[in-house]
Design a protein around this ligand. Structure first.
Ligand code: HEC
Ligand code: HEC
Length: 269
């Protein structure tokens, strides 16, 4: 009897624990439904404004000294530096990560260089708690920051349309560069238009699998690659061309004319 009682009370406890364990999952589902419906209604200007203020708020960090804008100045762009935590390190340090631009971040297929962050909100939470050593942010702060980040679009220009294709105004070099990008260079298989990225991470021989970064505004995001190892876009394009042509079984190096054309296209993005 006593034994049975012990057993059943233990089971009761286990079941209560199981029920408790369901609560965070339920909360996550509710947040997902609620945020989903906000997205469906389109951006909320008041929420974006709250997010913009938080983005510039140093109290998000443990030290009270760093805001998002410290590393993502000029409305969420990049400071062109490479970091471990909050420390600037030499470009190319294998543990360092170069600051990406947030222009266009609302349309990314994956977040963080590793490409493992499950959502924009989760990515921002990780940055606040792990990188900035700040307090756990409540969901409404995360929602506001994410709304602000989603509102940041690349400036755009008359040479490239929103679909990533050269417009009629584009020079012959930009047009040839586009043809090489989607054709002979094989770039478009990973940097898929119009976002120029894709969901799956790829190993391009740079040390591990990394997400395929978007290339909008890429001429202004150096140093390039996850660890900032490349100082010029020409080096990156040559590396990527050689990697892809080798993978395709016909190793080649871009001619100087081909390189100039792809660079003209990338510079226009
Ligand atoms: C100390 C500099 C620094 C600060 C402060 C900082 N970031 Fe970043 N941010 C980075 C770096 C470096 C990465 C790339 C990290 C990685 O992928 O491992 C990054 C990545 C991101 C990404 C992912 C972008 C993408 O395309 O994958 C988002 C979104 C982002 N930051 C938003 C924010 C927000 C919002 C804040 C403030 C809460 C913030 N960052 C504060 C340096 C910083
Ligand atoms: C197999 C997939 C794949 C192909 C094909 C590919 N890339 Fe990439 N690209 C990547 C990945 C992954 C990275 C990030 C590597 C890293 O950070 O270590 C990258 C990085 C880049 C970057 C640097 C972006 C930044 O913000 O640092 C540029 C520029 C670029 N690629 C251009 C090209 C061009 C031009 C071609 C065609 C000649 C091309 N890529 C072909 C996967 C690919």
């Amino acid at each position: 009897m006593c034994r049975y009682y012990k057993y059943s009370s233990q089971r009761g406890q286990e079941q209560t624990m199981k029920k408790l364990a369901i609560l965070p999952a339920l909360a996550a589902i509710l947040i997902a439904i609620c945020c989903g419906s906000v997205a469906a209604q389109g951006p909320d200007p008041a929420l974006i404004e709250t997010g913009r203020k938080l983005f510039n708020d140093t109290t998000l960090s443990g030290s009270g000294q760093t805001s998002c804008a410290t590393c993502h100045p000029a409305n969420g762009h990049t400071d062109n530096k490479t970091y471990i935590g909050l420390d600037v390190v030499a470009d190319g340090d294998p543990k360092g990560r170069s600051t990406p631009t947030l222009w266009g971040a609302g349309t990314r297929s994956a977040y963080s260089w590793a490409g493992t962050a499950p959502s924009l909100e989760a990515n921002i939470r990780g940055i606040i708690v792990n990188r900035m050593k700040g307090a756990e942010p409540p969901p409404e702060k995360l929602a506001a920051l994410a709304a602000y980040v989603r509102s940041l679009t690349p400036p755009g220009n008359s040479n490239i349309g929103n679909d990533g294709l050269p417009t009629k105004a584009a020079s012959a070099g930009i047009q040839r560069g586009f043809d090489l990008f989607v054709g002979k260079g094989g770039c478009g298989t990973c940097h898929v238009l119009p976002t120029f990225d894709k969901k799956e991470a790829e190993d391009v021989g740079s040390g591990a699998k990394f997400k395929v970064p978007s290339l909008w505004a890429v001429s202004k995001t150096g140093p390039w690659f996850n660890d900032g190892r490349y100082k010029t876009l020409g080096e990156v394009v040559t590396y990527m061309w050689e990697f892809q042509s080798k993978k395709a079984g016909a190793p080649s190096t871009p001619t100087s004319a081909e390189l100039a054309d792809i660079l003209a296209y990338l510079d226009a993005l």
